[in-house]
Design a protein around this ligand. Structure first.
Ligand SMILES: [Zn+2]
Length: 464
């Protein structure tokens, strides 16, 4: 047994000052004002915050994208996640054109099993819609995949049509599942991209210019009409804008079972990162991601939504491509591999810019980084909370140190970070995955536990 003693312990039932967590084997035995038992190991947590291990709701590890494969696979990506205080990752198993849903799931199981050092579960991303998927989705639910994903963007590759969304939502509703939607109007993005390229506009600035906020808003509003017809739970992945958030808040006020995820990049970065319209330095290609970065005012709106309960959880959309050897090969923004890393820094960045900056309290931090995702994706109470009987996935965060992000210090297998040079307050001190101490005083342990597959149960759509 190990007693994590004397920290600010954050539980779903409240915060315990000077509280302790007792770990027995792979689970939490007790939480409260506890004294060490005879012979028990004690880890002093004075001055630190004791939190549930983070749950990454959105990542793409070992994903094939065109001619490229993401720089991080399940070995490197989950190692980075653990180093950063995230103990569970929910990755997008992807069904490619012509494949069955089961093939997508089984391919991802092969990618992750035996390699992951954090626990893992899957969403199933469908790159097309075929009528037989309605029954194939039932097979996925039986195997522990209860959330699916559809793209309203990426015309000619993954975009689905409104009637297909209706069919998918109807099937998902009947199965007790949920679907996450990439909300951008793919036809209009495509039209703007083609016009920009025809005019010789090739730089990263034009990546953002061809994906304006209004196209996110339109897609959300349209999704809400369709989901209203199906009366189906669903969520918006990687919400990027204030007007998009307002569309979701309107829908929620009208009774829609919609929840929202945002990402650190939309909370911390903004459109200035792309540089001016003529600039095509390699560094600005780091920010070619979809949706693109927005205005500073959008960041503040998303923080407010996160605090107020209109945004329920934060994933990173970690989808890493190297600048040298991958992003540099493209001759224009439209062919630049889309995506950015973030899996390792999510917990620290959210603490620093959220709690240390006074935008979130520690309870809300635990909710949006772990508890809400656990509930929404059917992993609660095994994951996402410091409760007796839960897996002993624990983050001990020291809120006092200030440090500067340097890519050289990270474990992500990629040659840059969008957060290079960011000043961070608070650091990940210790991390336990099912009772195994994976991070010791800020350093990854030599021996890491093996991650296990987590079958997801029925989504709890009441999260706020
Ligand atoms: Zn994604």
């Amino acid at each position: 047994m190990t007693l994590l003693q004397g920290g600010l312990v954050v539980t779903p039932d409240g915060i315990i000052e000077g509280g302790s967590v007792r770990v027995q084997g792979e689970t939490i035995a007790a939480v409260g004002l506890l004294e060490p038992e005879r012979g028990e190991d004690v880890l002093d947590c004075a001055g630190c915050v004791v939190l549930p291990g983070g749950i990454e709701s959105h990542c793409h590890l070992d994903l094939e994208a065109g001619a490229e494969v993401t720089a991080d696979d399940f070995a490197t990506g989950t190692r980075a996640a653990l180093a950063g205080g995230t103990t569970t990752v929910l990755d997008f198993a992807t069904q490619f054109h012509g494949q069955s849903l089961a093939t997508g799931f089984e391919r991802w199981m092969e990618k992750a099993a035996g390699r992951a050092v954090a626990d893992f579960g899957f969403h199933l991303a469908m790159t097309e819609w075929r009528p037989e998927f309605a029954s194939e989705m039932a097979g996925m639910v039986a195997r522990g995949v209860t959330s699916f994903k559809l793209y309203m963007a990426y015309r000619h590759s993954m975009m689905v049509e409104d009637d297909e969304i209706l069919a998918a939502l109807t099937a998902s509703r009947d199965l007790g599942g949920t679907i996450g939607f990439h909300c951008e109007n793919g036809r209009l993005v495509d039209a703007l991209v083609q016009a920009a390229l025809a005019a010789g506009h090739t730089t990263p600035y034009h990546h953002a210019a061809t994906r304006p906020t209004v196209l996110e808003v339109e897609a959300i509003d349209r999704l809400e009409v369709i989901a209203g017809l199906a009366r189906a739970p669903h969520y918006v992945v990687h919400l990027s804008s204030g007007p998009g958030l307002a569309a979701i808040a309107r829908a929620r006020a009208g009774g829609s079972a919609v929840v929202a995820e945002t990402c650190p990049q939309y909370l911390l970065l903004d459109v200035a990162a792309y540089g001016d319209p003529d600039a095509d330095d390699l560094a600005s290609r780091a920010f070619v991601m979809s949706p693109p970065l927005r205005k500073a005012a959008d960041r503040e709106a998303l923080w407010a939504g996160l605090a107020a309960g209109d945004v329920q959880f934060v994933g990173t959309d970690h989808c890493s491509f190297n600048l040298v050897g991958q992003k540099d090969k493209a001759t224009d923004f439209a062919h630049t591999p889309n995506g950015a890393p973030g899996i390792e820094l999510r917990m620290a960045l959210l603490w620093s810019a959220g709690v240390a900056a006074g935008r979130l309290d520690p309870a809300r931090y635990a909710a949006v980084t772990a508890t809400n995702a656990a509930r929404y994706f059917g992993l609660y109470p095994r994951k996402g909370a410091l409760l007796p009987g839960a897996d002993a996935d624990i983050l001990v965060l020291d809120p006092r140190p200030t440090w500067t992000v340097r890519v050289a210090d990270l474990h992500e297998n990629v040659d840059h970070t969008p957060y290079e040079g960011t000043e961070v307050t608070g650091r990940v001190r210790d991390v336990f995955l099912r009772g195994h101490r994976a991070v010791v005083d800020g350093h990854l342990a030599d021996e890491l536990p093996q991650g296990v597959f987590l079958p997801c149960g029925t989504p709890d759509t009441s999260v706020v």
